[in-house]
Design a protein around this ligand. Structure first.
Ligand SMILES: Cc1cc2nc3c(=O)[nH]c(=O)nc-3n(C[C@H](O)[C@H](O)[C@H](O)COP(=O)(O)O)c2cc1C
Length: 386
């Protein structure tokens, strides 16, 4: 079983992650993980913190001479901003002064609900330091290892932004490699470069009006063999696992697979992907991929297509109504430097979550001890596909 845990506060010393269950024999280098981390830091509309942080990972265990050895992989990513926060975030003597305490919860954040849950109404920082999406750096580090693992089997996971505010990407290339290339050259990771410009303008407008903006991104995976996941038990369906993994990202409020919420506009004969014989290989294939690569909770050999929506960032420069918890008087919500739009970064985090789920599903089907063993089992399976 592949699993991972993260720890660390937004302005604490560092973030850490442990991946348990990664097979032995995987080539992995810190530079590879760092490239994934820098992808998460990019994107037009990020706040000033991204200029301070330049996330770099230190692998502490589970890797020897550039290869995994089957034991847990422990990773550490320092928070470069820690020095500025040491007096506030110290683990033994953090001062609780009027200046440093936060008592005006932000609507849309975990502040109030979390403070009630953990009895932290006297200082909301004790909630949002962990609820903050800074934690997703550790997820991207884990996802990078999973992506490297999937690459060994020619499985590629990528993401791109399809909507920011009301601006939608229109003319997307069919070739996924081109989608990735174009997304890389766009400041908002959008593969329609015309729409990309309008998205930047929409973010600029939000910066001017001291507001925030959300959007939609797509996560794609190619090269998946059929047969990952299962329908036999509700919690083992791959569609459910992927949706849960993406929904766990702070700010994500909806996930759809394939046509998703467009299904009601079409009839059954229009949407279901007809099964045909490929002219050349005489193997089974599909006329279309509206299902987004999963039927019955199982991959069907077509590319995986997932969309997810991120709500606008909840820390707004234009003050939202709140209540000062100590005095119980009307007030405005706390403001701390913040992103205006984080949809491109959210897509990168979703890539990581999808990669972890797919790596896990691949191991469940083909083994989990060594990369070589999985390669042999997968090849045998692919050679015998109908
Ligand atoms: C990559 C990323 C960056 C984010 N940056 C911020 C930010 O700078 N400020 C903020 O208030 N929320 C930010 N968020 C969103 C909040 O974390 C999110 O709105 C909050 O956790 C509440 O969402 P929830 O109800 O889904 O948990 C970010 C989310 C992601 C995925």
């Amino acid at each position: 079983m592949l699993r991972f845990l993260t720890a660390g506060e937004s302005h604490g010393k560092c973030l850490t992650a442990i991946i348990d269950g990664m097979p032995a024999g995987l080539h992995i280098q810190e530079e590879y993980i760092n490239r994934c981390l820098s992808k998460r830091q990019m994107g037009y509309g990020r706040g000033p913190r991204m200029n301070i942080e330049e996330d770099t990972v230190q692998i502490l265990s589970g890797v020897r001479a550039g290869k995994t050895i089957g034991s847990p992989i422990c990773m550490l990513i320092p928070n470069r901003d820690w020095e500025n926060w040491a007096s506030i975030m110290d683990i033994s003597v953090a001062p609780m002064t009027e200046e440093t305490r936060v008592t005006r919860p932000r609507p849309g954040h975990a502040d109030l609900a979390g403070a009630i849950k953990y009895d932290q109404l006297q200082d909301l920082r004790n909630v949002f330091e962990r609820a903050s999406a800074r934690e997703t750096v550790a997820r991207v580090a884990c996802g990078a290892v999973a992506k490297r693992f999937l690459e060994e089997f020619d499985i590629i996971v990528t993401s791109h932004v399809t909507q920011i505010g009301t601006v939608r990407a229109q003319n997307l290339p069919k070739d996924l490699r081109l989608v990735e290339q174009r997304a890389l050259s766009s400041p908002v990771r959008c593969a329609d470069l015309n729409a990309s410009e309008k998205m930047v303008a929409a973010i600029d407008e939000c910066i001017r009006s001291k507001d925030t903006i959300g959007g939609i991104f797509q996560v794609l995976a190619t090269g998946l063999p059929p047969g990952l996941g299962t329908y036999v038990q509700w919690d083992r369906r791959l569609d459910a696992r992927l949706a849960g993994a993406i929904m766990s990202i702070p700010g994500v409020k909806g996930v759809e697979i394939g046509l998703g919420f467009k299904y009601p506009e079409l009839t059954g004969t229009q949407v279901h992907d007809e099964i045909i014989l490929d002219e050349h290989s005489k193997k089974l294939t599909r006329r279309s991929n509206n299902a987004g690569g999963i039927e019955g909770g199982v991959t069907n050999g077509q590319p995986l297509i997932i969309q997810a929506v991120m709500k606008p960032i909840s820390t707004t420069k234009t003050p939202l109504q709140s209540v000062e918890l100590e005095t119980k008087t009307p007030s405005v919500a706390h403001f701390e430097r913040s992103d205006v739009c984080a949809v491109p970064a959210c897509g990168v985090v979703a890539e990581a979550m999808v990669a972890m789920e797919l790596a896990s599903a691949l191991m469940e089907r083909y083994g989990s001890d060594t990369v070589e063993q999985i390669k042999i089992a997968l090849k045998k399976d692919l050679d015998n596909l109908p």
